[in-house]
Design a protein around this ligand. Sequence first.
Ligand SMILES: [Mg+2]
Length: 324
Amino acid sequence: MNRPTESSVLGTLIGGAVGDAMGAPFEGLWADSIPSAESLAASFHEYHGYPNGQYTDDTQLTLATIRSIVDQKDIVVADIARQIAELWRHHSVIGPGGACTQAAEHYLATGDHRNMGASVGQAGNGTAMRTAALGLWFDDQKSLIPTVADISRITHQDSRSVAGGVAIAVAANQLLSSSEINPRDFCSEISDACRDINTELADLLQQLPDQLNDDGILDFIAHAGQSTPEFDKPIISPFVIPTVLASIYSILINLDSWIGAVTFSIRLGGDVDTLGAIVGALAGARHGIDSIPQNLIDCLQDSKEIEVLATRYHLAILTQTGED
Ligand SMILES: [Mg+2]
């Protein structure tokens, strides 16, 4: 694989933050309550009294992870765990998920990063929401899979969530390194990477390309992994399996456009700050920083700090010395 360009690294971190901030005001809403793609692209919408362009936990945990790698010049799982947990010490997490909160509180009470992840049965998307940028670090999937799995286990022990974290990192890696994306090959690659961790997500990823032109695809995605669907109408819950499938779907049918992919994902409804964060990062890895509307970057909170961190992460990727 070619090493990522600075534009791709900036696109991943800024793109994830912009997508998160675009979706945040609409978290939990049904699709028909979400504004048009044009309206989402025109400016950030107001989010519960926060400043314009405020991102949430998805970006905060991503930035904590990348800050650790930049500081350590390597991936040190114990330090990533510490940096993530520190966010909770300062009560600064915006819209945190339950599993991540439990994990951080466990770490702050015990200092134990090996057993801090929320227990099996809690299969939220708190892993997948923060792993896209990790996909840029690795040359090959042999090293990516076990390392991103360990980073995912910081917050979640459930194999569905661990596989979801790996899936999004592999997706970013593929989007960066493959000039042509064929949906079947792309999904197979991601599925194969997940299979030893969780066969259910691997099987569903394998089935996704056959559903792409099917009218029932939103029901397939929204209800995936659930024996009894929670809602009749399709909506993307914070459960990791629908989140990962919806993110990959949004990318595959909007392969040429950052704004097209991100607005499409947010307009699916449900956990749309997380969908915006994941799809914004994946599309940013592929298309680079120049694909993201400047009017949104200009209004993103902390955009300069995120740019500086992305530039340092790019340098760390190019000069990494540890076994990746
Ligand atoms: Mg969030």
